[in-house]
Write a protein that binds this ligand. Structure first.
Ligand code: CP
Ligand code: NVA
Length: 307
């Protein structure tokens, strides 16, 4: 019998749990500003496994775990050679004897599922080639803070159909919003997730190849790099295909006049987003980055409380 929960996908949480987690994230943010502490991870050491670069995920998890009373270990490929020195299943069982939980950022989503299958402790997906659910929890916290609602808005993701797009599609299975993906014909996200989101019946998801039509009347514009980590060899090809999908002042003028602009960061300024938009009045990208800390503290707390 499993006595723990993982967070590998946004859909690992029900709609109510997403809403409750974001409410808790807001409370934790408030309490932090008053320097109040809670210690649900007291006495625990969490492992943070990174096979890709990171600023936000690494620092926000290390800080977040410390602020929840726990301790974090930063583990790279060099130390454990996950899946090479021994099977992922064996490593998972050993790590479970030492750690209170694991956050992993790696390439293969299957490897993360394998780790979670054999671990007896919570495993959190800190980004794979397929998805990035922690980011999307911070994003929906930001949308809620700025728009005051979880549903009934139009969100347009403009750019490469990638791990961020896939996790937004998972969110669309749980909340109720109009989700338009403005992208080229061969830079699509996982179309099975588009189908699943539309089947779930709450959100309406569509793909639009005309960027202007895509953003028309949107309340939330979201973009991300054109070539993700591990795909930098495709950068020129993607840039050629996605250039019309740059989030610039002209495109923004077609969206709702009080729209907010999200970017998970890091940004490649001058490519998928201009300096003018990134530093302009609609941009909330640094609030969004801050919310990684609060949203993840809430996710870890919920995993501890509902195991
Ligand atoms: N958004 C995000 O995950 O940033 P890092 O790659 O810096 O962790
Ligand atoms: N899609 C980007 C997100 C980075 C946070 C990547 O995978 O590189």
């Amino acid at each position: 019998m499993r006595n723990h929960r993982d967070f590998l996908a946004v859909t690992d949480f029900s709609r109510d749990e997403i809403v409750e987690t974001i409410a808790l994230a807001g409370e934790l943010k408030e309490r932090r500003s008053r320097r109040e502490v809670a210690s649900p991870l007291a006495g625990q050491v969490w492992g943070l496994i990174f096979h890709k670069a990171s600023l936000r995920t690494r620092i926000s998890f290390e800080v977040g775990i410390a602020e929840l009373g726990g301790h974090a270990l930063y583990i790279t490929e060099k130390e454990i050679e996950l899946g090479k020195r021994e099977t992922i299943a064996d490593a998972a069982q050993v790590l479970s004897r030492y750690l209170g939980g694991i956050m992993i950022r790696t390439f293969s989503h299957k490897d993360v599922e394998e780790l979670a299958k054999y671990a007896d402790i919570p495993v959190i997906n800190g980004l794979t080639d397929y998805s990035h659910p922690c980011q999307i929890m911070a994003d929906i916290q930001t949308v809620y803070e700025k728009l005051g609602r979880f549903d009934d808005f139009k969100l347009t993701y403009v750019g490469d159909g990638n791990n961020i797009t896939n996790s937004l599609l998972e969110l669309a299975q749980r909340l109720n919003f109009d989700f338009v993906i403005g992208t080229a014909e061969d830079t699509l996200p996982d179309m099975k997730l588009v189908e699943a989101a539309n089947k779930a019946g709450s959100s309406r998801v569509s793909i639009e190849h005309d960027p202007i039509k895509a953003v028309q009347g949107s309340h939330v514009i979201y973009t991300d790099v054109w070539a993700s980590m591990g795909q930098k060899d495709q950068a020129d090809d993607k840039a050629r295909k996605l250039r019309p999908f740059q989030v610039n002042e002209n495109l923004l003028a077609k969206a709702d006049k009080s729209c907010i602009v999200l970017h998970c960061l890091p940004a490649e300024r001058g490519k998928e987003i201009t300096n003018g938009v990134m530093d302009g009045p609609h941009s909330v990208v640094f609030d969004q980055a801050e919310n990684r800390l609060h949203a993840q503290k809430a996710v870890m707390t919920v995993l501890m409380e509902t195991r």
